[in-house]
Write a protein that binds this ligand. Structure first.
Ligand code: NCD
Length: 313
C-alpha cells in the first residue's frame, strides 16, 4: 500500500500514535523513493513552491542534512535555521521564532529540541495548516530514525518481522532512538525484542514490557538477527552512571568476537554519531555486517516519504 492511500498526516510527532498500516505504508513509499534519494531531478515537482524549515535547537549531522537533501530532492525551498547565530541567543522564545518563520511562508517545520514534548508543544502554537516533523525531542521520540531503522531491517531480513529477534544495546534510558525503535518494532510485530545494558542505563520496567532484558551481552547476542547499537548519551547523563569508558567497552562494546555470537547473517545498526571504541569497535562499524551507511541513505528516502505525507502532495 502507498501512504497516499491513507488520510493526510498533519504532523509526525512520534511513532507511538502511528498505526502499523501507516508505518508499513511509509516504509513502502520510502523504498519506492530510494532510487531518488542519492540524486536526480525527477521528483522536483512534488513539493515545488512549498517551504520546509529545519529548526534545530540541538546539534545534528545526519538528521538535519538528510531532511535538507530530502526536501530538495522533492523540489521544496529549504530554510536552514541556525539557532547558534539567531536571536534565540538574545532570549527569543522557540514559539516566537517559529511564528516569525511561519510568517515568512514556511509550510513545514522539522524540529529538534532538548526538552521532551517540545515539538508537540510548538505544533499546538502554530497555525492549523502548518506541519511539524519531530527530528528528536529530549529522550522521547525520533520517529524518522525509527522508520529508517525499520526500513534497514526490512531490506536485510524481509517484511515478516514476526521471524526476527532484535537486540538493542546500550544507553536505552537516554535514547529517543531506542524509544521510537521499540514503538515501531512492537507495531510491526517483531518476534522477540531483547534489551541489554547496565541497569543504570535502562529505563523503567513499564517501558520494556514484553522485552527480554539482560546485562550479559554475550548471552543476549545468542541467535539474534539484528543488533541495534546506541551511543552513550553523556550530555543527558548525571555523573557516575558509567564508571569508565574502558569498562563500558569491555562489558557492552560490540567487537568482532562478540558479533560472532549472533547469527552469522546478523546485521548491525547504529544511528550515529558513533563513539568508536566506546560502544562499537572499528572492525564492526566498518565490517561486512554493518548497515550504518545504508541507514543514512535510507534516512533520505524515509524523510522524502514523510515530507510528502505531511505536505499532502
Ligand atoms: C541520534 C539522536 O540525535 O537522537 N542521532 C541521530 O539522529 N542519528 C542518536 C544520538 O545522538 O546518539
Amino acid at each position: 500500500m502507498t501512504d497516499r492511500a491513507l488520510p493526510p498526516l498533519a504532523h509526525l510527532l512520534g511513532l507511538d500514535t502511528l498505526p502499523a498500516d501507516r508505518i508499513r505504508a511509509l516504509l513502502d513509499d520510502a523504498q519506492a523513493l530510494l532510487p531518488h534519494a542519492r540524486g536526480g531531478t525527477a521528483l522536483r515537482e512534488v513539493l515545488h513552491g512549498r517551504t520546509v524549515c529545519t529548526l534545530f535547537f540541538e546539534p545534528s549531522t545526519r538528521t538535519r542534512s538528510s531532511f535538507h537533501v530530502a526536501a530538495k530532492r522533492l523540489g521544496a525551498d529549504v530554510l536552514n535555521f541556525n539557532v547558534a547565530t539567531s536571536s534565540t541567543t538574545k532570549g527569543e522564545t522557540a514559539a516566537d521564532t517559529m511564528r516569525n518563520l511561519e510568517a515568512m511562508g514556511v509550510d513545514a517545520f522539522v524540529v529538534r529540541a532538548a526538552q521532551d514534548g517540545a515539538v508537540a508543544a510548538l505544533a499546538q502554537q502554530a497555525r492549523p495548516d502548518t506541519h511539524f516533523v519531530n527530528a528528536g525531542d529530549g529522550r522521547s521520540h525520533h520517529p524518522t530514525q525509527g522508520l529508517l531503522d525499520m526500513l534497514t531491517l526490512r531490506q536485510a531480513k524481509g517484511a515478516d518481522f514476526g521471524k526476527l529477534t532484535v537486540l538493542i544495546v546500550g544507553d536505552v534510558r537516554h535514547s529517543r532512538v531506542a524509544r521510537s525503535d521499540l514503538h515501531a518494532l512492537r507495531a510491526l510485530g517483531a518476534g522477540e525484542i531483547r534489551v541489554c545494558g547496565p541497569t543504570t542505563l535502562l529505563p523503567g520496567a513499564a517501558e520494556l514490557e514484553g522485552c527480554r532484558v539482560g546485562a550479559d551481552l554475550d548471552a543476549m547476542l545468542d541467535g539474534v538477527d539484528a543488533v541495534m547499537m546506541l551511543r552513550l548519551q553523556r550530555e543527558r547523563m548525571e555523573e557516575g552512571l558509567v564508571p569508565s569508558l574502558d569498562g563500558y567497552f569491555r562489558d557492552y562494546g560490540l567487537d568482532a568476537r562478540r558479533l560472532a555470537l549472533a547469527r552469522p547473517d546478523a546485521v548491525v545498526l547504529h544511528p550515529g554519531p558513533m563513539n568508536r571504541g566506546v560502544e562499537i569497535a572499528d572492525e564492526v562499524a566498518d565490517g561486512p555486517q554493518s548497515r550504518v551507511l545504508q541507514q543514512v541513505t535510507n534516512g533520505v528516502a524515509v524523510r522524502m516519504a514523510v515530507l510528502r505525507a505531511v505536505l499532502g502532495a
